[in-house]
Design a protein around this ligand. Structure first.
Ligand code: JFZ
Length: 430
């Protein structure tokens, strides 16, 4: 293994303050929509179906030959994302299956050669931008379709003599150029791109890492073409402070603010509604609306961002189960988003009351107590004496009276839980 440059390359000479400025919107907004959409929406049993079921190229062709999302209306998608309170979106321009959602000139394996014939990515970008959402692209480093992508012996395909023989004919250098060409297309033909999500590296024996992708040079191109872009951490550039902008813990909730070498870092967790990222017809493990709202609050309470995934169907629609959840989150956000946007973890010194989560807006000096389980009558804010000027329930702006008891403040709450999924108490601080 050749090591990548451990020192910061000359082109990555941004100061911390400049980086902060570049990531300002991202730190403020906190909530985005992930969209996994490709040919795998047709088998509708996980986006890894080609790998899981060892489907050959020939057999997988039936999806390519029949892809026709006739009900696709990205304006509707964008409106739904916006109404849920999402401020940006990240779309799979190409997933591991290799199929491209745009009219790439470097492959025939693209949407414009399917029955739908149109550049669906272009339409999506226009629609989401028109609703004021920021634009993010997911692009898979792994490519199960490209003729020069070496099949792994242990991952993502099984180890066998045939795979090893096939590999010996492949030229990763050609694939590297393909990556660069396609990333260049994506970053030059769709206007300003705000986030790039490259997926993923698995270095080690028979794996893939920065050498395979030529990550350093790829990143150099990315920074040059889109200086304002925010890039995730899956290029295998280690714990450099220039190789990525945020960490991407996936499908789990970090215990606390994510850190590297004892230093807090930017992080964005991505989560699914039901487990699979691509549309999965028969999955029944859908999370509930309250669970999803808590997930968003918890993410922000630990200083992170949440990218919540929708897997549209092959007709081009969101599943009704996704619609219901987006709507539920949107209803909560309509009244409580002040406790999300512009907020972050509470400063040390504010202890979290029982069964609740805290978020904090430093500019406005407001602390938000998200009450996950509504208590009977009183809520004690331990150690808050002298820190609070005024308190109100956020969804209806009604006053909450409080009194001092020793070092604590005791809030007197209405007996009936306010009519919102997770009630928030807004504390205006001294
Ligand atoms: C990857 C994809 O394989 C998956 O289909 C989906 O797109 C998801 C968002 O990203 O899955 C991963 C990638 C990395 C890890 C786990 C799942 N990881 O590093 O633990």
């Amino acid at each position: 293994q050749v090591l990548f440059a451990q020192t910061r390359p000359a082109w990555a000479n941004e100061t911390d303050a400049q980086k902060e400025e570049r990531m300002k919107w991202w730190h403020n907004d906190h909530f985005g929509m992930f969209i996994h959409w490709g040919l795998y929406s047709m088998p509708a049993r996980h986006e890894w179906v080609r790998n899981h079921e060892k489907i050959s190229n020939e057999e997988y062709e039936k999806y390519f030959n029949n892809f026709e999302p006739d009900l696709y209306n990205p304006k509707e998608w964008a409106r739904k994302a916006k109404e849920a309170g999402m401020k940006y979106f990240v779309i799979t321009t190409k997933h591991h299956e290799g199929f491209c959602l745009w009219d790439s000139k470097y492959t025939d394996y693209k949407v414009t050669n399917t029955p739908i014939k149109r550049d669906l990515l272009k339409e999506m970008v226009d629609a989401f931008r028109a609703e004021g959402l920021k634009v993010g692209f997911y692009y898979s480093l792994i490519d199960w379709h490209h003729p020069d992508f070496p099949v792994d012996h242990i991952h993502p395909m099984r180890d066998n003599a045939e795979a090893r023989a096939a590999n010996s004919k492949k030229d990763i250098k050609k694939y590297q150029q393909y990556l660069k060409n396609q990333v260049t297309e994506l970053l030059t033909q769709f206007g300003k791109i705000d986030e790039l999500w490259l997926d993923f590296s698995y270095p080690g024996k028979d794996g893939k890492g920065h050498e395979d992708w030529d990550s350093e040079n790829l990143l150099k191109i990315i920074r040059k073409l889109q200086p304002g872009i925010i890039v995730n951490d899956r290029l295998d550039l280690g714990d450099t402070d220039w190789g990525w902008d945020f960490k991407s813990p996936e499908q789990f909730m970090p215990k606390e603010w994510v850190s590297e070498k004892g230093k807090k870092v930017n992080w964005e967790t991505c989560q699914t509604f039901s487990g699979s990222w691509g549309y999965h017809r028969d999955e029944t493990s859908w999370k509930s609306v309250p669970q999803l709202i808590s997930m968003l609050i918890e993410t922000v309470s630990k200083g992170g961002n949440l990218l919540l995934n929708v897997g549209p169907t092959s007709r081009g629609l969101f599943d009704v189960r996704a619609d219901e959840r987006l709507k539920g989150i949107g209803e909560w956000m309509k009244y409580n988003s002040r406790a999300i946007y512009g907020c972050t973890a509470a400063p040390a010194g504010f202890k979290k009351p029982d069964n609740s989560l805290l978020t904090y807006n430093a500019d406005r000096k407001r602390l938000y107590v998200h009450v996950l389980e509504w208590p009977i009558d009183v809520l004690s804010l331990d150690g808050y004496k002298g820190k609070v000027k005024y308190a109100q329930i956020l969804n209806d702006g009604s006053e909450v009276k409080f009194k001092e008891e020793g070092e604590n403040l005791v809030l007197r709450l209405p007996v009936k839980k306010p009519d919102t999924e997770v009630p928030v108490i807004e504390l205006i601080l001294e």
